[in-house]
Design a protein around this ligand. Structure first.
Ligand SMILES: *[C@@H]1O[C@H](CO)[C@@H](O)[C@H](O)[C@H]1NC(C)=O
Length: 360
């Protein structure tokens, strides 16, 4: 791309963000009127459910910056998002009135406005367990916290300490991890199964998740939305081979993690080790399961197979330039692990109707 074209594009993007930010000013006024705390930025940590392209320049299999990914994204662009269109981080930022797309922190030219309104640190293949990120060469959960520190320093250099503190305290933070710990690490690689039985591995994950949340809280995050683990046994790649039923052990493991982390979130709220903190559990287990159990209600026809295929090799770099199905809106799953934009949108809309007020 020529420098002048690039500059033109960046100006265009900057203008777009100015336009998108205008509704936010009204949103802030409305928040002040109702006595709720202002929200000015969104930050997301996690795995490929929310990674918008942080892995693009990494040597990893967990990438999606090529077709058919992004076929329904604005401009048909494969940005690195692991779906046919927008992903939950975008929808959360949009639903909160901040901006339409939540960019990755890594590998793109971020403008000051992007930094002020929030970014994503998530990395495809990541998990709470540090071992999970190694085979995927993803940025671990600890690595993502280090990126957040880096972000804070960068912002401080641009706008100063006081303004940075304001941005951080007016932010809403989401974490979406755990699916890879169970599906890719525990159930696939024997290492952890030699060390732990399932309940003790889940306990270890819950403890790691709590420690992650507390560190984020200590780094200045006051409002943390904790998104649980989806029904991973119902992903096309994890279903029973013959019957194509959801695999029950994987779903039970996800449910166990979710019920344990919910208790911990109640405890963190009661404890208030940093006053003014709010933690909320946001359910995607039952919300996604409802789509799978009542597809017709939501306008889906295919629940068990992915639009790009269904084996463990029907995702990420393994489907580079492979054709997608012709009728993506019939599908809950885009590839063998990740939902379609349509499914994500329904689930995120439900989060706004159900639990989001706990963070306001
Ligand atoms: C979480 O932190 C506690 C207290 O520092 C520590 O004892 C525990 O081992 C940590 N959990 C994990 C899984 O690292």
């Amino acid at each position: 791309m020529s420098p002048s074209l690039r500059r033109g594009l960046l100006t265009g993007i900057a203008l777009l963000f100015v336009n998108l930010l205008l509704p936010c000013v009204h949103g802030a006024a409305a928040a002040a009127a109702t006595g709720k705390t202002k929200i000015s930025s969104v930050f997301v940590f996690g795995d490929s459910i929310v990674d918008p392209g942080n892995n693009n320049n990494r040597l990893t299999e967990a990438k999606a910056d090529f077709p058919p990914y992004g076929q329904d994204f604005p401009g048909g662009k494969a940005t690195g998002r692991f779906s046919n269109g927008r992903v939950p981080g975008d929808m959360l930022a949009s639903g909160l009135g901040i901006k339409e797309l939540l960019p990755p922190y890594i590998g793109v030219d971020l403008q000051l406005n992007d930094l002020l309104t929030g970014v994503v640190f998530a990395s495809g293949g990541s998990g709470y367990d540090p071992l999970t990120s190694i085979p995927a060469t993803a940025t671990s959960s600890t690595g993502q916290l280090e990126l957040f520190l880096d972000y804070k320093e960068r912002l401080k250099a641009l706008v100063g300490e006081e303004e940075t503190a304001r941005v951080i305290s007016e932010g809403v933070y989401f974490t979406v991890m755990g699916a890879n710990d169970l599906a890719n690490n525990y159930f696939t690689i024997p290492l952890r199964r030699h060390q732990y039985d399932l309940p003790s591995y889940v306990k270890f994950l819950v403890s790691s998740a709590v420690n992650f949340t507390m560190k984020l809280n200590e780094m200045g995050a006051k409002r943390i939305g904790f998104i649980g683990i989806p029904p991973i046994g119902c992903c096309p790649s994890q279903r029973e081979l013959g019957s194509r039923e959801c695999e029950p052990m994987r779903n039970q493991a996800a449910q166990l993690f979710n019920s344990e982390i919910m208790k911990e979130i109640h405890r963190l709220n009661a404890q208030q080790s940093i006053p003014g903190s709010k933690f909320a559990y946001l359910d995607i287990y039952y919300n996604l399961l409802d789509l799978i159990q009542r597809p017709g209600f939501y306008g889906f026809k295919e629940v068990a197979e992915g639009c790009c295929g269904s084996t463990v090799l029907n995702a990420a770099i393994f489907i580079k330039y492979h054709p997608a199905c012709p009728n993506v809106n019939d599908y809950i799953f885009w590839d063998s692990f990740h939902p379609t934009e349509k499914a994500y949108k329904i689930v995120v809309d439900k989060l706004f109707q159900q639990d989001m007020q706990d963070l306001m």
